[in-house]
Ligand binder design. Structure first.
Ligand SMILES: C[S@@+](CC[C@H](N)C(=O)[O-])C[C@H]1O[C@@H](n2cnc3c(N)ncnc32)[C@H](O)[C@@H]1O
Length: 206
């Protein structure tokens, strides 16, 4: 099912980075969804994971990952661990993945699950990701998997020069946005319309 998922939902829609496709073929998505939804794990849609949160659609996971253009050795920060699935895909492509989840029960569950699956290069923190993870900054890439209405400044600050950040931006109407940082500042490119759960916490007061 996973092989067909990659072929039919991901390759067919234009994702061609072989390393990303390989990661999507490898990570057992059914181990990241609640037991009663396992039969839908390879369907072309997001699924509920409890606490009113979701695991993103496989295509979107692949698309966001491809746009980060990761190289082995890169240090990646994810905001919105959720099930831990996106973190696992990233961890197949790079050396270290730092991921922060604001819902404590999800953070702990993801950490346990990732450990049980043998991932040693993923570091999970429970808390608000708005301020990033300064002790490990700068990051080569940052991915936000919940939608803020503006770019969280501390995260842009923790991106290395030359680094890439991808996030859904907006409230009711959202676009996936790619940020690239250079010596002069950041450039912003709108990629495609999406629908993510909102980023909560400190960003809501900004
Ligand atoms: C669409 S889900 C993430 C899917 C996840 N990447 C996966 O692979 O399962 C978005 C997650 O972002 C979390 N979130 C929202 N605001 C956050 C914040 N300020 N800091 C950290 N996590 C946050 C939500 O609790 C939710 O679990």
């Amino acid at each position: 099912m996973r092989i067909s998922m990659v072929q039919d939902q991901i390759e067919r829609r234009g994702i061609h980075d072989e390393k990303v496709l390989q990661a999507m073929r490898k990570v057992p998505r059914h181990k990241f969804v609640p037991d009663h939804l396992r039969k839908y794990a390879y369907a072309d849609e997001p699924l509920p994971i409890g606490e009113d949160q979701t695991i993103s659609q496989p295509y979107i996971v692949a698309y966001m990952t491809e746009n980060l253009e990761l190289e082995s050795g890169d240090k990646v920060l994810e905001i919105g661990t959720g099930s831990g699935y996106q973190a696992a895909v990233l961890a197949e492509l790079t050396d270290s993945v730092f991921t922060i989840e604001i819902v404590d029960v999800l953070a702990r569950r993801a950490e346990r699950n990732l450990k049980a699956l043998g991932y040693k290069n993923i570091f999970v923190k429970s808390g608000d990701g708005y301020k990033g993870w300064p002790e490990h900054a700068p990051f080569d890439a940052i991915i936000i998997t919940a939608a803020p209405t503006k770019i969280p400044q501390p995260l842009a600050d923790q991106l290395r020069i030359g680094g890439r950040m991808i996030l859904p931006l907006g409230d009711f109407s959202q676009d996936l946005v790619l940020i690239q940082k250079n010596e002069l500042g950041i450039t912003q490119q709108t990629l495609l319309p999406v629908r993510f759960v909102p980023m909560t916490g400190e960003i809501e007061n900004k």
